[in-house]
Design a protein around this ligand. Sequence first.
Ligand code: HEM
Length: 434
Amino acid sequence: MLDELRKLPDSTISAVEALEEVRIRAVYCPVSSSLHIQSLAAKYSTILVESPLRIHVVKADLTPQLATLMPEIVDEVQSALSDEMPICKDWTAINANNVLLRVIARVSGRIFVGEETCRNEEWMGISIDYTNVAFAASFGIKKWHPQLRPFVYRFLSDYRRAVQLGIDAKRIIGPLVSRRIKAEAEGGKDYQKPNDSLQWLMDRATETERRDLDKMTREQLSLSLAAIHTTTMGVLQALNELAPRPEYIQPLREELRTVLNQNDGVFTKRTMEQLKKLDSFMKECNRMNPVTVASFRRKILRDVTLSDGTQLRAGTVLLAPSDAIAHDDKHLQSASTFDGFRWARMREEHSGLQAGREQYVAVSDKAMQFGYGRHACPGRFFAANEIKIILANLLLNYEIKMLDGAHERYPNQLWDSNLMPDRTKEFMFKRNQA
Ligand code: HEM
């Protein structure tokens, strides 16, 4: 019934209210046991859930400008990788998660707050830590009886740390906003506005909102929360699938060299579109290792009767069994097998709309790794470019393998409905001499 559900208005079926919900229990697969599905318990975690402004900025400013922003994304990926990755002339064990978090915090930061601030160590630390701490606060509060939660949450250490990170963030974002407001007022028509999400937020906010430094800081932090860890997991999952499967490395490199040759060695929007094997590999990694095993989390706000007679009462929280669907042979041949280039082959066989559905960023009722419907992830187009450029640079400049010649990927961990790569694990890297 997903197609029917996605067409219902937000006043009937709400993504925001589902995230605010504190206790949810759901059965995600008919043959498996039930799961406690994680919710954000937002009001006890400082996380800003309802933010039409942030969503609008991603959809109306960031995504349409991706082609123009490419040089900045590429520049930051390359400079962050050269700063964060050891030289590795010999095989070197590296905790890829720690490196990638810093690289992605910088690359997202470049587009969110500009070149200078994205490299500011304090801002990088805040934008990385805030997600961990705010999620810990949301997990922590659920150990308490619901009636006690409104009283105890302020005293919990993770909540207090999240509040403190918000205060620290405002010390950086606040003066940036104030300087920009002043420069705009003084510079008149000659003032060249920075082209980043902080500016887009300011431009789309009301006059009162843009002067509210708490609001601007929270919006900015909430973008980092949505973007940094999710994108890091995207790259980490690709390494997890690539390192034990060296047979993929050569074809991916060959495609990269061919496509780059055709584009004067430059990563552009066109280069991104032509990297079909890499796109396919990323999509397969996402299918096998989604960030959540149960997607399309929504709360019913008004009683609904669906066309098959199913009645949904107000207050019900729904989740789609997205991972079970993605692994169902009914929808995809050999669905339980990892086949990195299946989507590239399917794109060759199809054309037009159908081929579009086989891209990494495509969302459907069979591919809900980025959610589904009106509230599907708006940041996926930016994430796709970041992940492609990072993987391209790693593939072209480094040899990659598992530790101790292992041939199995590191197992994922399931936290409630969240599927996470093991962030403590290391991979072997060696600088490519070619
Ligand atoms: C590989 C990286 C990413 C993954 C796997 C991912 C995944 C998701 C998922 C599953 C949702 C929920 C969708 C739904 O309920 O239907 C979501 C929502 C969202 N994501 Fe992402 N995301 C990623 C990167 C990003 C980035 C880079 C940004 C910002 C630039 C972003 C911004 C958002 C926002 C604002 C929402 C809320 C949308 C709404 O409620 O309308 N995400 N994301």
